[in-house]
Each structure stands twice: as C-alpha cells, then as structure tokens.
Ligand binder design. Structure first.
Ligand code: MG
Length: 214
C-alpha cells in the first residue's frame, strides 16, 4: 500500500530542521538563543519579552523573521546570517539515511524556512552532500515562510514541481497543509503521529520509511 501510494513520485521534497536530522540533536536550540539575542538588541526588549516575541511571531507568521519584518522592518539578510552562525557539532553523519535518499528515484529537493547557505552546512554535517538537486531557502520565496501559500507557490514554480508526482516530508504539520491542498503526498516526520486530513502518512523514522518505499 505504501509502495503504491508513492509509485508515481519522481520529486522528493524535504524540509531541513528536525526532518533531515532528529530533534534530539537539538540544533535549533542554538538558533533560538541567537534569535532571542538578536531581538533583545535590535528591538530593545528584555530576554523574557524577546523569547515571547520569538515564539509568538513563529506561531502567527510561520517564522520569527516574518513577524520581525512585518512589525519592525527588520532586514532579513543580516538576521539570517546571524541566527545561523552556530556550531554544527551536534549533527552526526548518517550513512543509512544517505543511502535511503540516494536510492529514491527522481529529483531530491530541500525546502527550508532557514537560508540555503545554512542548509548546505547542515547537509554537509549529516553526510548528505551531493544528494540534492536543489536547495531552496526562505530567500527564494521573497522571505515569505512556509506555511504561507505564496511561499510554496514561489518555490514550487522555481523548482518546476508537479504536485501530482511530488511528495513533501516535514516535521511541522502546519507546513503540510498547502502542499496537501496542491495535491502532493504529505509525510509528517515527527515523534508523534497526528490525525489530520492534510497528513497522508506519519513516520518517526525517516530512513526506515524511505527504505520501505523500495
Ligand atoms: Mg522543520
């Protein structure tokens, strides 16, 4: 049944953070600290307020950056460079995931709400370099983040994605809603399943899931 559902898929689109590496590697914790420090300095608020703003903007707009741009006219490029200036030490290379991705038939694409240069570093640290045909970041969607429709439309147009033959893998269920409405297969990669119409499949083991498609 699983194999049948993905039989016609020739374009494999992966989110990056907490999808191509597991959440327990906690890379995003470092980014959150950088975000809080950026907000404290640029907006001039306390650490506690900065943390609230970070979370509230993420919840409301899809990313902290989108809220900062909307409410405070923040320039995205320096922000992205600063918050992604972290240690990639927690990431470990994953030869089994590498093989599972390599064996997928067709194009492999990364689409992240982070920046593409940051994604390159993550991919390198996970031992996945050279596997992806294209890497798209938030800068390829005029800094509009997933889950916004316009973000998916811009990136999918650039990548020439045909929804009927494409699948999207994501840890954030919000970011599968638009892909589902466009007609992609959707896979939630997360520790816990979630019952929702826009989620076709769930896995807590991306490597195992991809292997089972063969
Ligand atoms: Mg993610």
């Amino acid at each position: 049944m699983l194999k049948t559902a993905f039989k016609s898929v020739d374009t494999w689109i992966f989110d990056l953070d907490n999808t191509l590496y597991p959440p327990h590697m906690r890379l995003f914790d470092q980014i959150e600290v950088k975000m809080i420090e950026f907000v404290m300095r640029e907006i001039g608020v306390s650490r506690e307020d900065a943390n609230h703003m970070r979370h509230n903007y993420w919840a409301q707009y899809g990313t902290t950056l989108a809220g900062l741009m909307h409410h405070h006219d923040i320039d995205p490029e320096p922000y992205l460079a600063e918050v992604h200036d972290i240690s990639f030490e927690p990431l470990k290379s994953d030869p089994e995931l590498s093989t599972a991705i390599k064996n997928l038939p067709g194009r492999k694409i990364i689409y992240t709400n982070g920046s593409a240069p940051y994604a390159e570093k993550v991919v390198e640290s996970r031992g996945l370099a050279g596997l992806f045909d294209d890497i798209y970041g938030v800068e390829h969607a005029s800094f509009h983040p997933k889950p916004q429709q316009s973000a998916f439309e811009q990136v999918f147009t650039k990548a020439a994605v045909f929804p009927e033959t494409s699948a999207m893998f994501e840890d954030d269920p919000r970011n599968l809603s638009v892909p589902h409405s466009m007609g992609l297969r959707t896979v939630l990669v997360a520790p816990k399943p979630m019952l929702a119409e826009h989620i076709h499949f769930h896995t807590d083991d991306l490597t195992g899931f991809l292997r089972n498609l063969r």
